[in-house]
Design a binder for this molecule. Sequence first.
Ligand code: ZN
Ligand code: ZN
Ligand code: ZN
Ligand code: ZN
Length: 140
Amino acid sequence: MDNIIAEVAAEMVLECNNCETKLNDRNRYEDDNGTAFCEDCYYKFYSSCNECGETVSADDILSHRDRIYCRDCHTNKFTACSGCNETMLRDSAVSHNNHDYCNYCSNDAFSICESCSENYLNNEGGPDNLCPSCDDDDNK
Ligand SMILES: [Zn+2]
Ligand SMILES: [Zn+2]
Ligand SMILES: [Zn+2]
Ligand SMILES: [Zn+2]
């Protein structure tokens, strides 16, 4: 019991590193470096990842549709469209030559080859709905 009181007393004198609000055990938040902040300032600088619950500093937060993610989770879950740069779920991405495309861009930019069923960039393909390699074969 004495220990707890002593701890609380020690925490009472702490001030928020940002706004100098006096901190007690109820409004004291610490980052990974042990720097103390009040609740308001802490949530200004840090948030927790909606996916893994990890605390992330504001600089490292990536958000998507009101949900926030740490870099790792964001990288795991999302990818950026090489066409329009839109962030999308990896599951919904269309891959082409190690690039990911959103549905919109893939419809716009790609066709499915009638010969090999590979998708190819419209501007690389031949006139007969053939991908570049099938088109080459055709012309030989
Ligand atoms: Zn503060
Ligand atoms: Zn995360
Ligand atoms: Zn796109
Ligand atoms: Zn083909």
